[in-house]
Design a protein around this ligand. Structure first.
Ligand SMILES: N=c1c2ncn([C@@H]3O[C@H](COP(=O)(O)OP(=O)(O)OP(=O)(O)O)[C@@H](O)[C@H]3O)c2ncn1[C@@H]1O[C@H](COP(=O)(O)O)[C@@H](O)[C@H]1O
Length: 110
């Protein structure tokens, strides 16, 4: 999973300089922090609603899609603020009682 996040992070960084007329991420950076936060809030609400409806037909796939939207917009927010997803993963690793370096080493071994 971390490989995907690394690759996405690179794309998001490149999009900070991209033309807003050709890139959704560039458009969000151009519109600024308030627009990005609005999207994070919107996607969080949509994820909650999808989780409540998970037992309906197609509900599981809808929940996966909404969660992906939420994670994606959260990554755009972090990128906009100059925080890398690695810092968040390090915090999760710390809470699991392993250091960020150990966590990276275990990812390399996978
Ligand atoms: N993972 C995503 C991704 N997930 C969701 N989205 C976009 O996020 C938006 C989701 O918002 P909504 O569901 O609210 O849709 P909407 O109502 O049309 O959006 P708004 O008008 O409210 O902004 C849609 O426009 C999706 O296309 C994404 N857009 C881009 N990516 C990744 O980001 C990369 C860079 O994208 P570009 O900047 O467009 O090149 C892509 O290669 C993808 O890997």
């Amino acid at each position: 999973m971390s490989d995907i996040l690394d690759q996405l992070d690179d794309i998001l960084a490149q999009r900070r300089q991209a033309d807003p007329s050709t890139s959704y991420v560039a458009q969000l950076h151009h519109k600024g922090l308030n627009k990005i936060l609005e999207k994070v809030g919107e996607e969080a609400t949509e994820t909650i609603l999808a989780a409540k409806d998970v037992a309906l037909p197609g509900g599981r796939q809808a929940l996966i899609g909404e969660t992906a939207d939420l994670w994606f917009h959260s990554l755009v927010m972090l990128s906009h603020l100059g925080v890398s997803h690695g810092e968040v993963l390090d915090e999760l690793a710390r809470r699991m009682g392993i250091s960020g370096l150990e966590e990276k080493a275990s990812r390399v071994q996978e």
